[in-house]
Design a protein around this ligand. Structure first.
Ligand code: UTP
Length: 512
């Protein structure tokens, strides 16, 4: 039997005969590449995949077990409710681990960013900061700076490996972008890019979607595809060889992410945790964010839609929400926990349904860009390993300091380039103010520096601090105390040198 006949039969058995509908119209070359793609597909698993997707859409999961509880106090830490000494202790421990080369960061960057709607990886997006920096550059510079902080505490030279999970969509452009930007000054050998798996998208009645006459519409298998990708690409072996024991995993789109956050690492280690999550207080009971809680005694993330409104609205006597631990995709894992997941639990990860607009060819062979969702992507989620942890902990952090994701295009009221830009600049204004600087507009009028960045109106004050100068507000007093700075102003390495060189504090240091 020829390979074509074998594939044909397997597709028929899986109820997917239509996949070869346009075969007679394909050129020799198109046939070769399509056959190649089909041979790589797990055709045996295809039937289950398609039927499972259609079933999941037809009968969504029932609401969760009523046996739901908030995260217990003994595993919950908080940056606002901890003393300065405790926070400093966690931070010091985190920096020691970084300086000894035991910490890596892992970026989840395989998503297609369909809501943002650009044709390149989200990390390459410029949200419109005065510096024009992209998300990738900001993250690279934070790694740089936190390495320096660890070095200065321990008088050593360390590096934090940066693992970047990409997908078929994002790998090539991400590689090219890093190369063109000279890896943003980081050692190329410390940046490890790898690819997650792709799976077919499916119609609501369980049929594989064709993107072209000779191509299946594939999608990455969700950020929980990480655990399979770690195995496929021998990432855990790489971590072991480098001596990396702890991993900070985060999403590409959070402009405020604290890469390799020493406070979080120190907190998790102080609790002896194998797995940890950062959370922020939910903005309101109806905010559509996953929540970390306990169900039947097991910690996990529960989707907003799975919680009855009356439960979501419960409040403590002081008025705070009982269920307030909003998941922000900022996780701590030990290498041995990841090893355990890869060996024993990967196959148990739940499949979630994502309903999306998937471009397709109709039965006449015309390309269609749907205006309404038409397809199912089955996705695994990175947080679905929490129930396998033996010692899971949670750290509550401040939203205005650590969470502002870029999800939507600029017209959206929430999680847009504008809100991301505003959150970052608002944070930098707060840092400047704490360091003792005053910010002035072009007419010399004092500007407010207390905004949280979450307000829906008003343009942000154009004051930006390079992550190469400050990771989280540290080291600014010596540069900024008593200064009056006219915006727009970018505090980068050149500007910092100039400020340091000035003997006297001049009244107005002007713009960019
Ligand atoms: P989102 O769920 O926000 O998806 O991903 P997205 O692809 O960025 O955007 P939409 O939903 O298509 O608009 C959260 C994080 O998980 C990563 C993303 O890159 C982002 O950092 N992700 C998502 C992956 O790494 N792989 C995936 O398969 C999906």
């Amino acid at each position: 039997m020829s390979s074509l006949e074998r594939v044909q039969r397997a597709l028929e058995d899986a109820g997917q005969r239509h996949v070869l509908r346009f075969w007679p119209e394909l050129s020799e070359q198109e046939r070769d590449s399509f056959l190649q793609e089909l041979k790589q597909l797990d055709v045996k698993g295809l039937k289950n995949h398609c039927e499972g997707a259609a079933r999941a859409v037809a009968a969504p999961d029932p609401r969760r077990d009523p046996n739901i509880e908030p995260v217990p106090a003994e595993i919950l830490g908080s940056v606002t409710r901890s003393s300065r000494e405790t926070l400093t202790g966690w931070e010091r421990e985190g920096l020691v681990q970084i300086s000894e080369g035991r910490v890596g960061v892992l970026l989840l960057a395989g998503g297609q960013g369909t809501r943002l709607g650009v044709h390149y990886p989200k990390g390459m997006y410029d949200v419109g900061l005065p510096s024009g920096k992209t998300l990738y550059q900001i993250q690279a510079e934070r790694i740089h700076r936190v390495q320096e902080l660890a070095d200065s505490q321990q008088s050593s030279k360390c590096s934090i490996p940066w693992y970047i999970m990409t997908s078929e969509f994002t790998l090539a452009p991400t590689e090219k972008f890093f190369k063109e930007n000279d890896y943003f000054g980081l050692e190329q050998s410390n940046i490890v890019m790898f690819e997650q798996r792709m799976i077919p998208t499916v119609t609501f009645d369980g049929k594989v979607i064709l993107q072209d006459k000779g191509k299946i519409a594939m999608a990455p298998d969700g950020n929980g595809g990480l655990y399979q990708a770690l195995v496929d690409n021998k990432v855990l072996e790489d971590m072991k060889e480098r001596g990396v024991e702890y991993l900070h995993v985060y999403c590409v789109d959070n402009i405020l992410v604290k890469m390799a956050d020493p406070v979080f690492i120190g907190f998790c280690l102080s609790k002896g945790a194998d797995c940890g999550a950062k959370v922020v207080e939910k903005a309101s009971p109806s905010e559509s964010v996953g929540m970390v809680c306990r169900v039947g005694g097991i910690c996990q993330v529960v989707e907003y839609s799975e919680i009855p409104p009356e439960t979501a609205e419960l409040r403590r006597p002081g008025g705070e929400l009982v269920y307030s631990a909003g998941n922000i995709c900022n996780h701590f894992f030990t290498r041995s926990f990841l090893q355990d997941v890869a060996q024993n639990f990967n196959s148990q990860l739940k499949q979630h349904v994502a309903i999306k607009k998937v471009p397709f060819v109709d039965s006449c062979g015309n390309q269609v860009k749907p205006t309404k969702p038409n397809g199912i992507k089955m996705e695994k989620f990175v947080f679905d390993v929490f129930p396998f942890s033996k010692n899971f902990v949670v750290l509550e952090v401040l939203r205005e300091d650590e969470f502002s994701p870029l999800k939507n295009a600029d017209r959206a009221a929430k999680d847009s380039p504008w809100t991301a830009r505003k959150s970052l600049l608002a944070q930098h204004c707060r840092w400047a103010s704490c360091a003792g600087a005053a910010l002035l507009d072009q007419h010399g009028n004092m500007l407010p520096t207390t905004s949280s960045g979450s307000e829906a109106v008003g343009s942000p004050v154009q004051f930006e601090i390079s992550p190469l100068i400050s990771y989280f507000g540290e080291g600014l007093e010596q540069l900024l105390k008593g200064r009056k700075l006219k915006v727009p102003f970018i505090l980068d390495s050149d500007r910092a040198r100039e400020l340091q060189a000035q003997e006297h504090i001049s009244d107005d240091v002007s713009a960019v």
